[in-house]
Structure formats: C-alpha cells, structure tokens
Design a protein. Structure first.
Length: 137
C-alpha cells in the first residue's frame, strides 16, 4: 500500500461531502497539474490518502481510500488528464494544521511544504505514521 495526500478546497468538496456519498465513493477530478496527474496515475486500489482542506483551514481532516484507479477525467476536454475514485474512511480525531506540520522537523521534506501548490502528492510511510500520531494529540 502507498500513501498520498489530496487537497480540496472545502467550499468546493469537503470531507463531510465525501462522507455523505458513502461507500460508492466519488470521482477525484479536475486536476490539471501534470505532476499531480502523474501522482494520480500511480495510485493503486486500496491506497490510503489524507484528505486536506486547502485555502480554508489548511489542515489534514480525514482519510480516504482509492477504490478505482486512474481513468480519463470526464471534465477534461483535452483527454490528457485523469481522475480516480475515492471513498471516505474516517475523519481525524484532531485535524492536523499546516503550521503544526511545518513545525515538525521530520516532515520538512514533504511536498506539502516544499511544493505548496501541488494538489496530489505521495506521503512516505514514516511521515504517514507521524501525521497519524499528530492527529491523536
């Protein structure tokens, strides 16, 4: 299993909306950055992703699971970009804010900090565990 972080503006698609669609999941589409799209193509069914509220909140709020691997994004008229389907797994006990993530020296290498505009990024297993632990403090 691999781990990822996916950003969404909560006023566009929130963790609560994701939860509401239930087990059938929802399409994660609209990604138009080539590096983020490459990351979507690398995702495998069963991978887990942090759900990050960007712009408003700037915090990890939950976990979703990949339930359908990359396919052509129906919202892309050029047929260059892909989408994946994700389903809600859980909301975090305590949201993990960007400021707290930046304060942790062990997380300084994350794309979330180094490439702040990237909307889909890998998370190594050590960092995943650190962030999970931060959500329980």
């Amino acid at each position: 299993m691999q781990y990822w972080l996916m950003k969404s503006e909560p006023n566009v698609w929130s963790i609560d909306q994701q939860k509401k669609v239930g087990a059938r999941g929802a399409s994660w589409d609209g990604v138009r950055n080539y590096q983020a799209a490459k990351n979507l193509r690398s995702m495998k069914k069963g991978d887990h992703c942090f759900f990050y509220h960007s712009n408003i909140g700037k915090e990890i709020v939950g976990i979703v699971e990949i339930i359908k691997e990359a396919y052509l994004d129906k919202t892309d008229k050029s047929n260059r970009f892909v989408a994946v389907d994700v389903r809600f797994l859980k909301k975090l006990d305590k949201y993990v804010g960007l400021e707290n993530i930046k304060k942790n020296k062990e997380l300084g290498h994350l794309s979330l900090i180094k490439q702040s505009r990237l909307s889909v990024m890998p998370i190594d297993s050590k960092s995943w565990k650190i962030l999970i632990n931060m959500s329980k403090i």
